[in-house]
Every structure is written in structure tokens, then in C-alpha cells.
Design a protein around this ligand. Structure first.
Ligand code: PGA
Length: 249
């Protein structure tokens, strides 16, 4: 049985006032909740881990550097993320691949750095709209998986998030058949590379315009083990129903 995971990516949103959302989310969790991981901006990591102390909510960062320390102005290392009490880090989000020119090799190096600090990496992959229109989706996803994941992947140190770029923040969601096709493809690729035990155990999240209104049908898809949620994770009242929907599975 793979764990079910509801992960929230706050992106560059949130100040100290937003910590009340974590309290609301924690108090409203269903019985037997799935794993819940909130990834606030790095300025809030320490306070977020304090705010969720004693609750099942875990905290993650949105990026980390490949090095543990050094002259890298503006960056944070995986060691620093772990020092905050966070347990996870999102790596290779399309917004970083795009705006910060991160390559698959960068993502792989960051994943190794995250593991070395004891963090679980949430590795993001996804095709652009042009790539989907050109029928390249599975090739792109396969290449990103091969290039972004180090060989020592296992079910404890890595979560994979499939996020079609054209679905992020747009309100556009792939059809259930499209989600199933890509998730089945990823599962098969993971089994081929890492073997059946690890390949079947790795949690696989869908991300891109997940809302309470579409969460139930997305979570019903085989090989969807949860979601990475942006906009709808900012407010507890929006995220709680998504967490509750996942708790049904
Ligand atoms: P969205 O973002 O839910 O706002 O579409 C998802 C993400 O970028 O992780």
C-alpha cells in the first residue's frame, strides 16, 4: 500500500499571518488523514514547523541548493531546510525549471543533496502545452524521469509529482484518461528502472488546478496517490476538502 499524500505548494505567497491557516487545517483534519505536507516560502519554514508541532502536518521547502553551504547568495541548502524541522522539499517544479533554467541534471543533484540532509524529495515533472499538442508528452515525461531521478531512489526518500505545465494555475485540467495514461506510463517506467518493489512503492502525485470540485475523480484514478496543490492550498477552507477527499481512498 502506497501512502496517500496531500501536498500544498504555497509558492511565493504567505506571511506570518498565514500561519493561522496551518492551525485551521490541523484542527479540521479528518480521522485517519492522509499524509499532509505544506510547503510555505522559506521565510516561514521555522515558524511553520513550530505552528504544526504535535499535529500530523509536515512541512516542506520549495527548492534547495545542491551544496550544503557556501557563497551562494540568496539560496538555501537542504541542511538549512532540515534544520528548520521541515521533512520535504519540492524539486524541479516547472516554475523553477522555467524561470531559473533548472535542468534535469540540476534536479538530480538537488535530490541527492536533499537525501543527504534526510529530506524526502518531491520531484516534479510535466510537459508544456506545445509538447502535448505535438504528441511528445510521454517522451518528455520519460526523459525527465530518467534525468531527474538518481539511482538510489526509494519509497521513503522520493515522491514524484506529475504536473502538466499547461494545467498549473490555469483552471485547465487534463481528462481523467490523460491523467491515467501518464500515471500508468510513469509507474511502468519506474518499475522498469528501479524494479517492481521500489517502482510500485513510489508515491505518484498529480498536480495542476486541483480543487475540491475535481479532487474526488482525480483521486479515483489508479496510480494517483495524492496531489500537489498550489492555489487551493493557501486557505485551509479550500485545502481541507481536498485532504478529506483523499482520506476516502
Ligand atoms: P495549482 O498549482 O494547483 O495552482 O495549479 C500546482 C503547482 O504548481 O504545484
Amino acid at each position: 500500500m502506497r501512502p496517500k499524500i496531500a501536498a500544498g505548494n504555497w509558492k511565493m505567497n504567505g506571511t506570518a499571518a498565514s500561519l493561522t491557516e496551518l492551525h485551521s487545517l490541523a484542527t479540521g483534519l479528518p480521522e485517519n488523514p492522509p499524509q499532509v505536507v505544506i510547503c510555505p516560502p522559506s521565510t516561514l519554514l521555522f515558524r511553520a514547523t513550530d505552528a504544526t508541532h504535535g499535529s500530523p502536518i509536515q512541512i516542506g521547502a520549495q527548492d534547495c541548493h545542491t551544496e550544503g553551504a557556501g557563497a551562494y547568495t540568496g539560496d538555501i541548502s537542504a541542511t538549512m531546510v532540515a534544520d528548520s524541522g521541515a521533512t520535504h522539499v519540492i524539486l524541479g517544479h516547472s516554475e523553477r525549471r522555467d524561470a531559473h533554467r533548472e535542468t534535469d541534471a540540476d534536479v538530480q543533484a538537488k535530490t541527492c543533496a536533499a537525501w543527504a540532509a534526510g529530506l524526502t524529495a518531491i520531484v516534479c515533472i510535466g510537459e508544456s502545452e506545445a509538447q502535448r499538442d505535438a504528441d511528445q508528452t510521454l517522451d518528455v515525461i520519460g526523459g525527465q524521469l530518467d534525468g531527474s531521478l538518481p539511482d538510489a531512489v526509494d519509497a521513503e526518500n522520493t515522491v514524484i509529482a506529475y504536473e502538466p505545465i499547461w494545467a498549473i494555475g490555469t483552471g485547465k485540467v487534463p481528462s481523467i484518461a490523460q491523467i491515467k495514461e501518464v500515471h500508468d506510463f510513469i509507474r511502468a517506467r519506474l518499475i522498469k528502472r528501479f524494479g517492481a518493489e521500489i517502482g510500485n512503492a513510489l508515491p505518484l502525485l498529480y498536480g495542476g488546478s486541483v480543487k475540491a470540485a475535481n479532487a474526488v475523480e482525480i483521486f479515483a484514478v489508479e496510480n494517483v496517490d495524492g496531489a500537489l496543490v498550489g492555489g487551493a492550498s493557501l486557505k485551509a477552507e479550500d485545502f481541507a476538502p481536498i485532504v478529506a477527499a483523499l482520506a476516502q481512498y
